[in-house]
Design a protein around this ligand. Structure first.
Ligand SMILES: [Zn+2]
Length: 330
């Protein structure tokens, strides 16, 4: 099955009332670990690349790594998604490269730091939607701003999404998915104590526009055991908390369909590499410690696919032609 548009995968998730993880990738081992988890659990999967990842992989490598994932897993629906696109230009580049979904984060200006006005956000998002849908590509927008900064993205301030504005935004832009700011933040250092998320925002938006999949960014759980492995083997991470899995499950029940996970994959890989090299000081074959990192990504993502309810849903999606894809947006 070729790469699929995100809208179809998330529409199926609405019907089945489950969540689909969007996992950030930068290299082969991450993609392999994620795909092994998807294949074993029979899960549709969104692999996403940030602008930082596009730069790191020199664009072509990410394109062909995604193609390899497709070839290696013909029966798993895979979405290739651009995370936090900052302009129409960046989204065009990703579409050119073969991405089947793009995020235009119009909540921030092109510098990815300065918050925009509602009208500025509508304008740039609508531009991207009009362009992307012609290619059968799905679009995610964002309204409200998350805390935290990752890959240079974020204003560092939190501004929760106003549900009435969200409804207006969806109607005026035609976005296929909308990221809400409900109190999560990017990066490893999210919370000092167990967070309270503004879950009622999800219900308020879903009540008014039930058919639009909602997205939660900054949704790593930052498991303590991963922090402990890193610190046991020479790392120095401060005590921190992520979004507890029960909060994510609650959010899925209320209407969150795409759950962005980056930090947990990073922590898993770092822990595995530190542990391997700590226990095997004579090792110098990169396959040994990158192999351990790949295994750790697989374990982490597999657990999420089960917890998010994605497992077992790979068969929900049927392959489509480009013409059929374009029609889903009409
Ligand atoms: Zn994000």
């Amino acid at each position: 099955m070729p790469l699929v548009p995100m809208k179809k995968v998330l529409d199926e998730a609405i019907k089945g009332n489950y969540g689909v993880g969007a996992y950030n990738v930068n290299n082969m081992e991450q993609i392999q670990g994620i795909m092994r988890a998807a294949s074993e659990t029979r899960s549709p999967v969104i692999i996403q690349a940030s602008r930082g990842a596009l730069k790191y992989t020199n664009m072509a490598y990410i394109k062909y790594l995604a193609a390899a994932a497709v070839e290696d897993n013909p029966d798993i629906p895979i979405v290739l998604h651009l995370d936090h696109g900052n302009s129409l230009e960046t989204c065009k580049e990703a579409i050119e490269l073969g991405f089947t979904s793009v995020m235009i984060d119009g909540s921030l200006k092109e510098d990815s730091k300065t918050p925009t006005t509602f009208e500025e956000n509508v304008r740039v998002t609508k531009e991207v939607v009009d362009y992307a849908h012609e290619f059968g590509v799905s679009v995610e927008g964002e309204l409200g701003t998350l805390g935290g900064i990752e890959d240079g993205v974020g204003s560092g301030k939190v501004m929760l999404t106003d549900p009435d504005e969200a409804v207006k935004f969806i109607k005026r832009t035609g976005v296929d998915a909308l990221a809400l700011a409900i109190g999560t933040s990017h990066g490893a250092y999210k919370f000092k104590a167990k967070p309270t998320l503004a879950m009622d925002i999800i219900n308020k938006v879903v009540e008014k526009i039930p058919g639009v999949p909602l997205v939660m960014h900054g949704s790593s759980s930052v498991p303590q055991e991963l922090i402990e492995i890193i610190n046991k083997y020479g790392g120095r991470l401060e005590k921190t908390m992520g979004v507890p899995m029960e909060s994510i499950k609650e959010a899925i029940k209320r209407g969150i369909r795409k759950i962005n996970v980056d930090t947990d994959g990073r922590l898993a890989m770092t822990g595995a590499i530190r542990k391997y090299l700590g226990e095997n000081p004579g090792a110098f074959d990169p396959r040994t410690y990158f192999g351990a990192a790949r295994e750790a990504v697989y374990q982490t993502v597999k657990g999420k696919m089960i917890d998010f309810g994605t497992a077992g849903h790979a068969g929900d999606y049927k392959p489509m032609t480009l013409e059929e894809m374009k029609r889903i947006y009409k």
